[in-house]
Write a protein that binds this ligand. Structure first.
Ligand code: ATP
Length: 813
C-alpha cells in the first residue's frame, strides 16, 4: 500500500519534531528521550500513557531514521541517567532492527498503530521501523515461525481457553478423583462428617462440579503463567508451613493442585490442544535456542510495553529476553515499561499481580530510571482531590490489616503512593482540567436502590438537556446492577419514577446487555446436554444453574437437587413433598424434557431460546446459531452430532453474537446514558460519571466461601493455592500456611476492590456522583429483597473531608 507523504523540508521536519517534543509532559518526555537500558514509567490515570507513547515512539523513530543531526533533536537532552554506560549506543543497532511495542488488547494495538502512523506522516517519514502486538499475538508469531523449536503447529493443534465448566477441566477433575481416592476422601470428610449418605452425595457434587474445577482452573493458569511445571508445584507443596491448629482440615492444597495440573497437561497433549499460556511458553522455548534467540534479538532493538501492571511474570520474561541485545546477556535490557500500579484490577482473577510492575519501578528507581507521569488533564480539581484522598485514606486504613510480608520488596499497600496533579497552565490538551459541574463531587445516601435510580435519572436528564454535547455514564460493579437500572429507567411509569429519559430525548445504552449475547451458544449447549442426558447430575446441575442465572427459577442449593436426579425429576408418592422452589425448578425441567420428545431437533434451539426468555437480539443470535448448526450437521442431525458441532463452537469461541463488537465511540455518544461495569470502563472517560450502590459488602467486600463448600473450612482451596504460588514467586519461604494464605488472598481482594473504585472515580471529567442506598439487596439476583446496608467506608470519610459534596446544586436552566 503506498502512502502519500506530505513533503516537508529537513528544517520543517526538525521544527515539527521540536514542537512534538515540547508538547509532551515531563514523564512523556522521558519516554521520548529514552536511548537505552530499562526505564519504568509509573503513570496516574489520564496522564496520557498511550498518547505519550505514540508521540515518543514517533520522535524516536524519526530520530533514528534521520540521524540526530537532521532531526534537530539532541538525543537524551534531558535525561538524568547515563544510558551509554550501561546499554547500547545508537550506532550498535542493526539497520533493520525494529522497535517492538506491546499492549494489552487488540483495540489498543490498532489505536497505537494508527496514532504512530499519523505522527510519522506529519513528519513525512515512512511508517516503518516498528511493530505493535498484544502479548499473545507476539508469542504466537514467535512460536509459529519456529514450529520445530516451539512444538507448535497450528495445523495439528487447536487453541483452547478452557473455563471452570469446560469438559477438559471436568475430565481432569474426574481423572484426579479416580487416581487419588485417599486425598479425595479427606476432602469429602472435611469438617464434621458423620458419614450420612445424602450429605456424602451432596459433598461429592460440590467437590466435583465446583471446588475442584475452580482449583484446577485457578492453579493451572497461575502456575503456568509463572513458569512453574507440575513437578515444581509438587515441590512447592513440600515447603508449605502446616497450620498449628487446623489438623485434619489442613489439606495439602498445592499437592492436590499439582495433581490436577499434571492431568490437565496430559489431556492437552493427548487431544492436540494448547492454551494461551502454552503460547507464551512455546515462544520462550524458541528463545532458549541460541540462534533463534539471536535472530529475534537482532531484529528488535527495544521493547516498549503499555499497561505493564497487567503482565504476568512469564510475559515479562519474554519481553526482557527480546529487549536484550544479542550476545549481551550481561547488559540491561532495552525495555521501557509504562503502567499504573494503582489501576491493576485483574490480579484477583488472573495471574497479573501489580507487585511485579511495582517491583520493577522500585528497582529502576535505584538507578534513577523511574519516571513518574503524575500530571493529568482529564478531571476537574475536585475529582482529582477526591481520588487522591481515597488513595491516602485506604493506604492509611488498610496498611495494618495486611498480614506480615517477609519480603521487603513486596508492596504492602493497596496503592502506590502516587498523587494526581493537574497539568501545567500551558498544557496543550484542550480543556484540560475542566471546570466542575456544580461542586464537581456529589455524594448521596438515598433511602433505597429505587430512589437511587430515580435520582440518577433526574440528574442525568437535567445535565444532558442543558449540555446536549456532553457524555454521561453509570458505572456498576456487576452487570446485574446495570440490568436493574436499565429496567427501571426503561419502565419509569411502572416504577413511579419522576423522570422519563426517553421522553427527554436521552438514549440508554446497557453494555452488559450486549455482552450477554456471547453466552448464547454456551447456554444452549448446556440445556441440550441436559436434554440429552437428564439423569447426569453434572448436566442437570449446569442446566439448573442457567435457569437460576436467568432468574427463571428461584436460587437454591442445587447440589441437594442433583444428588438424586430421578427423585427430583419424577418424585414417587412415598417421597417427601418438595418445597416450593424445588417444585418450580422441577416443573421447568420436566416441561423441557417433554418438548424434547415432541419437537424435531432443528426446532430445539429456537425453542430453548424462547424458554430462556431471550430478548430480541439474543433471539437473533440463537437463530443464527441454529442455522449454523443445521448447516454443519447436514446429512446427520442426530443429537450427538448437534452436540459435537455446538461443543466445537463453544470451545473455540468461534461464534460472534449477531451484534458485532462496537467501537469505543459507541460507549461515548453524547445525549446517551451508558451503563457499563467499572472493569470495562477502564481507559475511557465521560463528563458526568455516576457510581451508585457503593456498599461495604461489595467494596471492599470479603472473599466469600459459598455455603455449600463450607464443609471444607472457612476458606477456598483455589484462593489458598493462588496465594501460596504467589508467595513462592516472591521468594517467601517457607510458604504461608493455609490460613495465612487465605488472609493474604483476602488482602489482595480488598486492595483490588479499592483500586477498582479508584479506576471508576478517575473516569469522570466534570462531575463525579457517588451513592450508597440505606436499603439494598444482599444479592443482585434478587434486587427486590432489601435490607439495611452499610456504605463503603470511604464514602463517609469523603463526606467528612469534602462536606460540600452533600450540598444540592442550584437548578440548571
Ligand atoms: N501531551 C499531551 N498533549 C495534549 N493532550 C494530551 C497529552 N497527553 C495526553 N493528552 C490527552 O489526555 C487524555 C488522556 O490521555 P490517555 O488516554 O493517553 O491517558 P491514559 O493515561 O492512557 O489514561 P488512563 O490511565 O485513564 O487509561 C487524552 O484526551 C489525550 O489526548
Amino acid at each position: 500500500m503506498s502512502i502519500n507523504l506530505i513533503q516537508v523540508t529537513a528544517a520543517q521536519r526538525a521544527q515539527i519534531l521540536q514542537q512534538m517534543r515540547s508538547r509532551l509532559r515531563p514523564g512523556q518526555q522521558r519516554m521520548a528521550d529514552w536511548q537505552a537500558g530499562p526505564l519504568a514509567i509509573s503513570a496516574v490515570p489520564g496522564s496520557g500513557k498511550s498518547t505519550g507513547m505514540a508521540i515518543a515512539v514517533a520522535i524516536l523513530l524519526a530520530t533514528r531514521s534521520l540521524g540526530s543531526q537532521d532531526s534537530g533533536i539532541e538525543i537524551g537532552q534531558k535525561t538524568e541517567n547515563k544510558e551509554q554506560e550501561i546499554g547500547l549506543g545508537q550506532e550498535e543497532f542493526t539497520p533493520n532492527s525494529q522497535l517492538l511495542l506491546v499492549t494489552f488488547t487488540r483495540s489498543a494495538v490498532a489505536n497505537l498503530k494508527s496514532k504512530i502512523r499519523e505522527h510519522l506522516r506529519s513528519l513525512s517519514i515512512a511508517s516503518q521501523g516498528f511493530m505493535v502486538y498484544t502479548l499473545h499475538g507476539l508469542a504466537l508469531n514467535i512460536a509459529t515461525r519456529h514450529p520445530d523449536l516451539s512444538g507448535l503447529d497450528l495445523n495439528r493443534l487447536t487453541l483452547v481457553s478452557p473455563n471452570q465448566s469446560s469438559r477438559l477441566i471436568r475430565t481432569c477433575v474426574e481423572q484426579w478423583v479416580a487416581a487419588h481416592p485417599q486425598s479425595y476422601q479427606r476432602l469429602l470428610e472435611g469438617r464434621q462428617f458423620d458419614g450420612e449418605e445424602t450429605e456424602r452425595l451432596r459433598r461429592q457434587s460440590v467437590l466435583r462440579t465446583e471446588v475442584l474445577p475452580d482449583l484446577a482452573y485457578t492453579v493451572i493458569h497461575e502456575a503456568k503463567s509463572s513458569g512453574l511445571l507440575p513437578q515444581q508445584l509438587y515441590e512447592l507443596g513440600k515447603n508449605v508451613t502446616r497450620h498449628a491448629i487446623l489438623d485434619e482440615a489442613d489439606y495439602d492444597v498445592l499437592t492436590i493442585a499439582a495433581g490436577l495440573y499434571e492431568r490437565y497437561q496430559t489431556l492437552l497433549r493427548q487431544r492436540g490442544f494448547l492454551d494461551y499460556d502454552d503460547m507464551i511458553l512455546a515462544a520462550l522455548r524458541v528463545l532458549e535456542n541460541s540462534s533463534a534467540r539471536q535472530l529475534w534479538q537482532s531484529q528488535i532493538y527495544a521493547v516498549f510495553e503499555d499497561e505493564a501492571q497487567d503482565s504476568s511474570p512469564l510475559q515479562t520474561r519474554l519481553l526482557e529476553i527480546l529487549a536484550t541485545a544479542p550476545n549481551q546477556a550481561d547488559r540491561l535490557p532495552n525495555l521501557v515499561r509504562v503502567g499504573d500500579p494503582n489501576q491493576a484490577i485483574n490480579s484477583t482473577f488472573t495471574p497479573a499481580d501489580p507487585a511485579f510492575f511495582y517491583e520493577f519501578c522500585e528497582r529502576c528507581a535505584l538507578t534513577h530510571r523511574l519516571a513518574e507521569m503524575d500530571q493529568a488533564g482529564r478531571s476537574t480539581q475536585a475529582i482529582i482531590d477526591a481520588a487522591n484522598f481515597v488513595l491516602t485514606w485506604v493506604n492509611d486504613r488498610y496498611a495494618n490489616l495486611q498480614p506480615p510480608i517477609p519480603n521487603p520488596q513486596s508492596p504492602i499497600l493497596p496503592f502506590r503512593p502516587q498523587y494526581i496533579h493537574p497539568v501545567a497552565p500551558d498544557d496543550p490538551q484542550e480543556d484540560a482540567n475542566p471546570d466542575p459541574e456544580g461542586t464537581g463531587l456529589e455524594i448521596r445516601f438515598p433511602p433505597d436502590i429505587y430512589q437511587t435510580v430515580n435520582l440518577i435519572g433526574l440528574r442525568v436528564a437535567e445535565l444532558l438537556t442543558h449540555y446536549p454535547d456532553r457524555r454521561a455514564a453509570v458505572l456498576v460493579r456487576e452487570n446485574r446492577q446495570g440490568r436493574f437500572i436499565a429496567d427501571l429507567l426503561q419502565n419509569p411509569d411502572f416504577y413511579h419514577l419522576d423522570i422519563n429519559l426517553k421522553q427527554s430525548g436521552i438514549e440508554l445504552y446497557d453494555v452488559g446487555q450486549r455482552d450477554r449475547h456471547s453466552h448464547v451458544p454456551a447456554e444452549i449447549l448446556t440445556m441440550l446436554q441436559f436434554l440429552d442426558r437428564p439423569h447426569s447430575p453434572d448436566y442437570l446441575k449446569a442446566a439448573l444453574q442457567v435457569l437460576v442465572d436467568r432468574q427463571l427459577i428461584p436460587t437454591q442449593d442445587l447440589n441437594a437437587l442433583v444428588s438424586f436426579p430421578e427423585q427430583f425429576l419424577y418424585p414417587g408418592p412415598l417421597d417427601p413433598p418438595q418445597p416450593d422452589p424445588v417444585r418450580r425448578a422441577r416443573r421447568y425441567c420436566v416441561s423441557l424434557l417433554k418438548a424434547r420428545l415432541e419437537l424435531p431437533h432443528y426446532q430445539l434451539i429456537p425453542f430453548l431460546a424462547m424458554t430462556l426468555q431471550y430478548e430480541q437480539s439474543e433471539l437473533a443470535t440463537a437463530d443464527k446459531l441454529a442455522e449454523r448448526i443445521i448447516h454443519q450437521t447436514f446429512g446427520d442431525s442426530s443429537m450427538a452430532t448437534v452436540l459435537d458441532a455446538l461443543g466445537e463452537i463453544v470451545r473455540s469461541e468461534r461464534f460472534e453474537a449477531v451484534e458485532m463488537e462496537e467501537p469505543e465511540s459507541r460507549l461515548l455518544r453524547p445525549r446517551q446514558l451508558t451503563l457499563i461495569t467499572m472493569h470495562k470502563a477502564k481507559g475511557l472517560d465521560w463528563d458526568f460519571v455516576f457510581i451508585p450502590f457503593l456498599h461495604e459488602q461489595v467494596i471492599p467486600g470479603r472473599l466469600r466461601v459459598l455455603p455449600q463448600a463450607q464443609f471444607l473450612g472457612d476458606f477456598t482451596l483455589s484462593e489458598v493455592a493462588r496465594a501460596q504460588i504467589r508467595a513462592s514467586i516472591h521468594g517467601m519461604y517457607p510458604l504461608p500456611d493455609l490460613l495465612s494464605a487465605w488472609q493474604r488472598a483476602e488482602s489482595l481482594k480488598i486492595a483490588e476492590e479499592f483500586r477498582l473504585l479508584y479506576v471508576a472515580m478517575t473516569r469522570a471529567k466534570r462531575l463525579l456522583w457517588m451513592s450508597a442506598a440505606h436499603k439494598a439487596p444482599f444479592s443482585w439476583s434478587k434486587p427486590e429483597n432489601l435490607d439495611d446496608r452499610a456504605p463503603c467506608p470511604v464514602l463517609p470519610a469523603l463526606v467528612h473531608q469534602f462536606p460540600q459534596s452533600m450540598s444540592h446544586p442550584s437548578k440548571l436552566n
